[in-house]
Design a protein around this ligand. Structure first.
Ligand SMILES: Cc1cc2nc3c(=O)[nH]c(=O)nc-3n(C[C@H](O)[C@H](O)[C@H](O)COP(=O)(O)OP(=O)(O)OC[C@H]3O[C@@H](n4cnc5c(N)ncnc54)[C@H](O)[C@@H]3O)c2cc1C
Length: 469
C-alpha cells in the first residue's frame, strides 16, 4: 500500500505501538496512536483488497452496516475530509428522521427533517476509505498477511511485543504498547493465561438472532423519497424484521433477521418468502421487483459479549484491548463501529494521562468499560425482551425501562419531537437520560394516562408515511 507524508503529529510516548487487527477498531486505534508514538504497525491476517471488496477477516461486511451519527462525527474528527471523500465515492448522505421510514413497535414513525445525518455505504467502502486515509500517515505501516500468534514478555509484568507468523515464518516484533483489536474471537484471554494472569470474566447475552442478506440493483427508474427503510420485530411474538439500505453504485443491501432462532433462510425463494412474512411486507414489495446481484449471505454469531478486563486485579502493562475484542454487540442495533470509535477517543485521552504508559492498561480498560456501559445496556435491554434470550433474565429495573421505552415509542408515532429525542439516543448522540427529562416524563405520563388502552397508529400499515414539512 503506497503512503505519502501528511501527518504533522509529534510522538510523546515510546517508540513503537503495534495493533493486532486492521478492521475498524484497529484502524481507528491506529489513527490515535500516530499522535503518540514514533512508529505504529497495524498487523492484519488478511491481504487488504485493492478496491472496496470483501475480505475473509470481516465476514460481516456482506451485511448492512449502519454508521451512526456519533460514529460519523468521530470519523470526521479523526480524518478531516473523510466524509466528503466518501460521498465522492458514492456514499449517500441520509437525514435519519426524514429519509428512513421506520415501521417500529407501534407503526410508522413520523418523517421530518432534522440534523440527524450520516452516510450510507457498504462496509467494504467505509473500511477501505478509512484505511487509505490512514495509509497517508508517515509514521504508520501495515503488515498484511501476517498473524499474531502470541505476546512477548521480556520484562516482568509487561508485554513487550508480539510473535508473528507470515508465510510459515515465525518472527518477534517488539513494541512499547500492543493494542488488541482482533475482534470477537480475540486470543488475548488465552495469551494472558499463558503468562500466569487470569482471563477476564465474560458476560454473554444471546437472543439467537440470525441475519440473511442479499444485494440488489435498484430497479431502473424507481424514484423514492427514502434512502433506507426498516421494519422492526415486535416482542414477544413477531420475531422477524428487515431493512433495505441504499449503498454506492445504485445498490440496495437488504438484511432480514429473525430472533429466537427464527433464522431467515439462505435460499432465494425462502429469502423472499421470509421478507413477505414480516409483519409489514413493505420490504418484500420492493425487493421482489429488484434484480439480485449477490447470493444470500448468512451470519449467526450475534450474541452480545462483554469481556470484563476492567475487573481484573492484575494486568500486565504494555497491552490494551479495544473494539469487539472487549465488547461485541448484537449487530441489529448498529453500534459496533461507533463504539470502536468511542474507544479510540478514550485511548487517545488515556495516552495523554499516562505519559510513561505505566498504569495505562488498567486505566484504559476502566475508561473503556464506562464508554461501553450505555450501548451495552441498550442492546441487552432490548434483547432481554425475548423469552428465548439466554445469559440473563430481565430484573425489575430492566422491565420498568422496557415498559417506559414502549410508551416513548408509542408516543413518538404521533409526536415528532419525541421521536427526534428517541433517534438521538439510538444514534448514540445523547445518553438515554434525555428520555427521562422531567418535562418529557410529564408529557409522557400525561399521554400514557390518556392513551393507554386505546392507542391506534394513524398510518396505514403498508403505506410509507409522507414527509412532514
Ligand atoms: C453481521 C454484522 C453486522 C454488523 N452491523 C453493524 C452495523 O450496522 N453498524 C456497526 O457500527 N457495526 C456493525 N457490526 C459490528 C462491526 O462490524 C464491528 O464492531 C467493527 O468491525 C469493529 O470490530 P473490530 O475491528 O473490533 O473487529 P473485527 O471487525 O472483527 O476485525 C478483527 C480484525 O482482526 C483481524 N485478526 C484477527 N485475529 C488476528 C490475528 N491473530 N492476527 C492478525 N489479525 C487478526 C481480522 O482479520 C480482522 O480484520 C456488525 C457486525 C456483524 C457481525
Amino acid at each position: 500500500m503506497k503512503k505519502k507524508y501528511i501527518s504533522q503529529q509529534k510522538s510523546t510516548k515510546g517508540n513503537h505501538a503495534v495493533v493486532i487487527g486492521g478492521s475498524m477498531a484497529g484502524l481507528l486505534a491506529g489513527r490515535v496512536l500516530t499522535n503518540h508514538f514514533e512508529r505504529v504497525t497495524i498487523i492484519e491476517r488478511d491481504r487488504f483488497p485493492e478496491h472496496p471488496q470483501y475480505r475473509p477477516g470481516v465476514p460481516q461486511s456482506n451485511h448492512v452496516h449502519v454508521l451512526l451519527c456519533k460514529g460519523k462525527q468521530i470519523l470526521e474528527q479523526l480524518f478531516p475530509g473523510l466524509l466528503g471523500e466518501l460521498e465522492t465515492a458514492g456514499a449517500l448522505k441520509i437525514d435519519w428522521t426524514a429519509e428512513f421510514p421506520w415501521y417500529n413497535l407501534f407503526g410508522w414513525e413520523p418523517r421530518f427533517h432534522s440534523e440527524l445525518k450520516s452516510y450510507l455505504c457498504s462496509r467494504h467502502l467505509l473500511e477501505w476509505m478509512v484505511r487509505h486515509k490512514l495509509a497517508t500517515y508517515d509514521n504508520l505501516q501495515f503488515l498484511e498477511k501476517t498473524q499474531v500468534t502470541g505476546l512477548l514478555s521480556q520484562v516482568s509484568n509487561t508485554v513487550t511485543g508480539v510473535r508473528l507468523k507470515s508465510n510459515s515464518q515465525i518472527q518477534d516484533l517488539t513494541a512499547d504498547l500492543v493494542v488488541d483489536a482482533s475482534g470477537r474471537n480475540s486470543s488475548l484471554p488465552k495469551w494472558l493465561t499463558a503468562f500466569g494472569y487470569q482471563s477476564p470474566e465474560e458476560t454473554v447475552i444471546n437472543s439467537f438472532l440470525g441475519y440473511s442478506s442479499r444485494w440488489y440493483q435498484v430497479p431502473e427508474g424507481l424514484q423514492t423519497d427514502w434512502k433506507a427503510l426498516a421494519v422492526a420485530p415486535k416482542p414477544p411474538s413477531d420475531t422477524r424484521g428487515g431493512v433495505i439500505y441504499s449503498v454506492e453504485n445504485n445498490c440496495w443491501v437488504t438484511t432480514l433477521w429473525g430472533v429466537n432462532k427464527d433464522y431467515p433462510p439462505t435460499d432465494e425463494t425462502g429469502f423472499l418468502e421470509f421478507a413477505r412474512s414480516i409483519r409489514n411486507p413493505i420490504i418484500y414489495k420492493f425487493i421482489q421487483e429488484a434484480q439480485p446481484i449477490s447470493p444470500v449471505y448468512v451470519y449467526r454469531r450475534t450474541e452480545n459479549r462483554l469481556r470484563h478486563y476492567e475487573k481484573l486485579s492484575r494486568l500486565p502493562d504494555g497491552i490494551v484491548a479495544v473494539g469487539d475484542a472487549v465488547c461485541s454487540f448484537n449487530p441489529v442495533y448498529g453500534q459496533g463501529m461507533t463504539v470502536g470509535a468511542l474507544g479510540a477517543i478514550a485511548l487517545d485521552e488515556c495516552l495523554q494521562n499516562y505519559p510513561s504508559l505505566k498504569g495505562l492498561t488498567k486505566g484504559f480498560q476502566k475508561k473503556l468499560a464506562q464508554v461501553t456501559t450505555i450501548p451495552w445496556l441498550m442492546a441487552t435491554g432490548e434483547d432481554l425482551r425475548w423469552q428465548g434470550t439466554e445469559g440473563s433474565k430481565p430484573d425489575w429495573m430492566t422491565r420498568l425501562m422496557q415498559q417506559y421505552l414502549d410508551q416513548v415509542v408509542m408516543l413518538s408515532v404521533e409526536r415528532p419531537e419525541i421521536y427526534q429525542k428517541y433517534v438521538e439516543v439510538v444514534q448514540l448522540n445523547h445518553p438515554p437520560k434525555i428520555l427521562f427529562h422531567p418535562d418529557l416524563m410529564a408529557k409522557i405520563l400525561g399521554q400514557i394516562i390518556k392513551n393507554y388502552q386505546k392507542f391506534e397508529p394513524k398510518h396505514q400499515e403498508q403505506t410509507i408515511p409522507k414527509l412532514l414539512c
